[in-house]
Design a protein around this ligand. Structure first.
Ligand code: GTP
Ligand code: MG
Length: 175
């Protein structure tokens, strides 16, 4: 089975671990603890466009807290795919996501790296119309300009999560 290395990057508490757990275990925890260092999980994806192919993602879920920042290159080096996550209710987290995009483009180059920008916690916008602090059009325009895939999701409800990995799977396979 073809294996691909996928790394998650983004500010602390944007929901990186929650997205991975939704994808790998189809579960959600309201009180998830902040990641220390990094966590490793793996999951397979059956590709829709290539229906006899299943690939495996080896997933490195990095810690967003500033004190772990120097570890990140260890995890994004040799990555085939990067999921850069922000929280749609926290504009500062989009700035952080953008700085990760710049770092990846600078250090890894984007030839072989499939990058997806992900706005998480979409469920909070449905609960309260004032919760949204990052305009979807702004984020999408940024993603388009930088040639990134883009999704808004909720790890809590699960909406959009499977599609991220499906689309990234297709892309890394096709490269
Ligand atoms: P670090 O490990 O510190 O980098 O954080 P993280 O990005 O892994 O965030 P984590 O998944 O630990 O989630 C942080 C908090 O946000 C937890 O309390 C989660 O329950 C909550 N959370 C994560 N995703 C969602 C979501 O889609 N909706 C809502 N409402 N809360 C979420
Ligand atoms: Mg985490």
């Amino acid at each position: 089975m073809l294996q691909f290395k996928l790394v998650l990057l983004g500010d602390s508490s944007v929901g990186k671990s929650s997205i991975v757990h939704r994808f790998v275990k189809d579960s959600f925890d309201e009180f998830r603890e902040s990641t220390i260092g990094a966590a490793f999980l793996s999951q397979t994806v059956k590709l829709g466009k290539h229906d006899d192919v299943t690939i495996k993602f080896e997933i490195w879920d990095t810690a967003g807290q500033e004190r772990y920042k120097s570890l990140a290159p260890m995890y994004y080096r040799n990555a085939n795919a990067a999921l850069i996550v922000y929280d749609v209710t926290q504009p500062g987290s989009l700035l952080k996501a953008q700085s990760w995009v710049e770092e990846l483009k600078h250090k890894v180059g984007d030839q072989d790296l499939v990058i997806c920008l992900v706005g998480n916690k979409l469920d909070l916008c449905a609960e309260d119309p004032n919760a949204r602090q990052v305009d979807i059009d702004d984020a999408q325009a940024y993603a388009q300009e930088k040639h990134l895939l883009f999704h808004e999701v909720s790890a809590k409800t699960g909406v959009g999560v499977a599609q991220i990995f499906q689309e990234m799977g297709e892309k890394v396979y096709e490269q």
